[in-house]
Design a protein around this ligand. Sequence first.
Ligand code: NCD
Length: 430
Amino acid sequence: MSVSQQVFLRDAMRRLNLTRDVFAARIGVKRRALDTWLLPEGSQEARGMPEVVTRFVTEIVDNEALLKKYAQSAQSGPLRNRIATGGKHQLLSVDQFSRESVEELFRIADLMQPIARRQKVSRVLEGAVLGNLFFEASTRTRVSFGAAFCRLGGSVCDTTGFTFSSMAKGESIYDTSRVMSGYVDAMVVRHPEQGSVAEFARATNIPVVNGGDGPGEHPSQALLDLYTILTEFSRLGKLLDGASVAMVGDLKYGRTVHSLIKLLALYRGLKFTLIAPAGLEMPEYIIEQASKRGHVIEQTASLEAGLPGADVIYATRVQKERFADEKMQGYTAEFQVNKAIIDKYCRPDVVVMHPLPRDSREGAHDLSTDLNEDPRLAIFRQTDNGIPVRMAIFAVLLGVEGLVQHSLRDVTWSPPSHVGPDDSVFHGID
Ligand code: NCD
């Protein structure tokens, strides 16, 4: 006990909000004994308290703190109200989350795993329709949002590309959003301009999810990235508090890293190493937001200097499509995260991530394919986690998360035990 016996006992009674009589009864000792333990040190009648009582009181106080926390979260209502923005059930930025609410979302994602792993089916969103509005290139975000909605029993209507939408005829974001609201029950929107998805969201009362707004944010990607990091760390016996995360590449235009660093900053004592080529550094306002929460942030342009000690390496693609007057075409060869560099500079349990797509063309020097069969490479576990996390987002925004558990039925078909031929053993459906 670092504090005196008297301070410890008084503090415990205050926290538990109990009188001496009731406290004595609660811990099963005579009032007289408690009184002697509470006497000032050095007084004649004072007695030392047995170690077993100290442990018991500590346990009661810790339990009480936990119960209070649960009670508070139950009192403050459903998760969708706690993460709401502008009074609406929409997901536009990771700024809507606290550490508690993000972990609550992940408990719902865990609940979705048997459905994502094709062991169970659910129809809790039967009859609901999702509008997937993608005005920018996408494969995994659009399809995984759609698949997540379908796996909860809903249906999906897609529109892809700017030129095939009425926006090419000059329709405003307001009109498009209002029209779609009459057709569908939720929308996922991706658009090349920062802030555009928030504009869509203002023009409707149905749930809107930001599927990427230019170089702004990509909240669902950051949520599935954090979920992946926590899952990988729990397998490796590591804690996220105090971990070291290296982010590599186009940190200026990469919206996934903008959202991810803000979300990771909800944890304690992290070290971020930001490794970017000159001109593609992380925007200052995001660095400030993370450093205000007490994290260590280092910036470098060299993998050799930045990778040692990292628990996670998060590589990104150079976002050439967003370049204004930047000259760079791709990474130089010294920027490529590959097996040789990981073997040379990183610990054996490092987790290698990338939001994908990786540019596998000659000369692009994006994350190498030579790590494909390496268990340190988590990119396909990351994409797989997109399904349960996006299912959890829909379930929360549409308020059906409490119905999922009892809705589960066995699947009628037999999926393969491993969905990818190179999957590591812990990646399979178990
Ligand atoms: C990213 C994006 O669109 O921001 N892709 C994704 O959604 N997983 C990353 C990228 O395009 O490089």
